[in-house]
Design a protein around this ligand. Structure first.
Ligand code: TYD
Ligand code: MG
Length: 453
């Protein structure tokens, strides 16, 4: 029998290599290739030995929902799916300086005051620094216990002895596992540290929140596997120059993903924004060409945002297509549909699109609002004031109905809007005080609104 040669697998992307190397050719990650021992033939992976009998239950068996602890910061509790679940592991990612430490220190104080024994481990700042920050935030009296430590063995021994209900690790990139040889922050260190902490969380029923820095490419630095290990992945986003911060659930085993919490960075720390629409629209001036209000849904909440477009002639053969807060591919699609279905050309024109307030929109329901902003900018014609717009555009130029129409219209009505341009076929949803104009395709919308087409 020919002996199987060992194979080498990248633990980051799973690519199989014939020999070891420092860098995976497939995904470009460093130091992730590990040797996998081949199975002995015939016996199978378990060597043919019998195991114990595992008791099976059925889906119908009653399971009490996990008792959650609420921090009282509603914007945070909602993103967590209704409070913190015991023994859960949460990863909070975000750019350096965006406010992760501030958010988690505030959360730690709230959870501690709610009766959860809380330990905050900082690998980046000295205890005195954290204490000073807490005093500045008015949290000096909160019963949070602090440690400034990076050695994971010491941290875990301390936690085994102290048995807290919640531990915050700020940040996972600074943690150091002494059995792994590479430097702190490297892929293997981050993975090993996260693994130890998540295992501890499950074994001891202690919730763990890991802070993770994000790389320039927008991913949590270190291996993607950390995202698979934890129960929740939250991203803390926002523009550095802007005061708005958005906490977004991108994965949640205990609640809806895509839920957002909105905060404002103030001199006294992060303040909750309970009415984000009002905040996102607060910077809107007089109705101007290229400005459109989109009635969107973020998670379970309706949110109104302003979409701004600028269209300007350019001598360049390749005009610019610049997008902030919306998908560039989707913009290209909408420009193509406008050209092909409505005969409106954007050749020779630079196009800039911006979602005001630093929110990132991923809903296709914003298509029509984006198209309206582009047309309004191109024609230099402001849209009627007090109007919101939403609807998905298909490649044929038809407008598709979108979900949660009633919620969108109600939110618009609440904020003083009186008319809405919506796709036809919305099952006759109507909201008192809102006049809706139904459109079945983009060409009709262009003709009706701009008298062109
Ligand atoms: P920080 O929480 O340290 O960011 P991270 O942990 O994500 O790196 O936040 C740093 C920024 O927040 C810093 O630029 C100053 C600002 N900030 C305020 O504006 N107000 C405050 O009360 C605090 C504590 C920080
Ligand atoms: Mg920090």
């Amino acid at each position: 029998m020919a002996k199987k040669s060992p194979s080498f697998t990248c633990s980051e992307c799973g690519a199989v290599h014939t020999r070891w190397s420092g860098r995976c050719d497939a995904c470009g990650a460093w130091n992730t290739i590990v040797e996998e021992r081949p199975l002995t033939e015939g016996a199978g992976a378990l060597g043919g030995k019998r195991g114990a009998h595992v008791p099976l239950t059925d889906l119908a068996s009653e399971e009490a929902p996990p008792p959650r602890t609420c921090s009282g910061l509603e914007e945070l509790d909602r993103v967590l799916g209704g409070g913190l679940v015991p023994a859960s592991a949460i990863l909070v990612g975000g750019d350096p300086g965006i406010g992760k430490s501030t958010l988690l220190l505030q959360a730690a104080a709230r959870f501690a005051e709610a009766g959860l024994s809380t330990v905050y481990v900082s690998g980046e700042e000295a205890s005195a620094q954290v204490r000073m920050r807490a005093q500045r935030l008015g949290l000096g009296k909160a019963p949070v216990r602090l440690a400034a430590e990076t050695n994971l063995r010491d941290i875990l021994s301390t936690l085994e002895a102290e048995r807290p209900g919640l531990v915050i690790i700020d940040s996972i990139q600074t943690m150091w596992v002494d059995t792994v040889e590479s430097a702190p922050g490297s892929v293997s260190q981050v993975r090993a540290a996260a693994h130890e902490l998540v295992t501890f969380a499950k074994r001891r029923g202690c919730s763990v929140i890991l802070v993770g820095h994000v790389t320039k490419e927008g991913q949590i630095a270190g291996p993607r596997v950390v995202e698979h290990m934890v129960d929740c992945v939250l991203y803390f986003e926002g523009e550095r120059g802007h005061q708005f911060r958005i906490l977004r659930a991108v994965k949640n085993r205990f609640g809806p993903a895509a839920e957002i919490g909105v905060f404002e960075m103030t001199g006294g720390g992060l303040a909750q924004v309970t009415n984000p629409s009002a905040l996102f629209l607060s910077e809107r001036g007089q109705p101007a060409a290229g400005s459109v209000v989109f009635a969107g849904i973020e998670g379970t909440r309706p949110v109104l945002v302003e979409i701004q477009a600028l269209v300007a002639p350019t001598p360049q053969a390749q005009p610019r297509r610049s997008v902030v807060g919306w998908d560039g591919q989707r913009l290209a699609m909408i420009l193509a549909v406008l050209e092909a279905r409505c005969g409106i050309l954007f050749a020779g024109l630079d196009v800039y699109l911006n979602v005001a307030g630093g929110l990132k929109i991923s809903e296709p329901a914003a298509d029509l609002a984006v198209a309206a902003a582009l047309l309004s900018a191109r024609e230099d014609a402001p849209l009627p004031p007090e109007t919101v717009i939403f609807g998905e555009i298909s490649l044929s130029g038809a407008l598709r109905p979108v979900g949660q129409m009633e919620n969108r219209l109600k939110e618009a009505q609440k904020l003083g809007f009186t008319t809405a341009i919506v796709p036809a076929g919305g099952k006759g949803v109507s909201v008192a005080g809102m006049a809706t104009t139904e459109m079945s395709d983009l060409a009709a919308f262009v003709g009706e609104t701009f008298g062109a087409g």
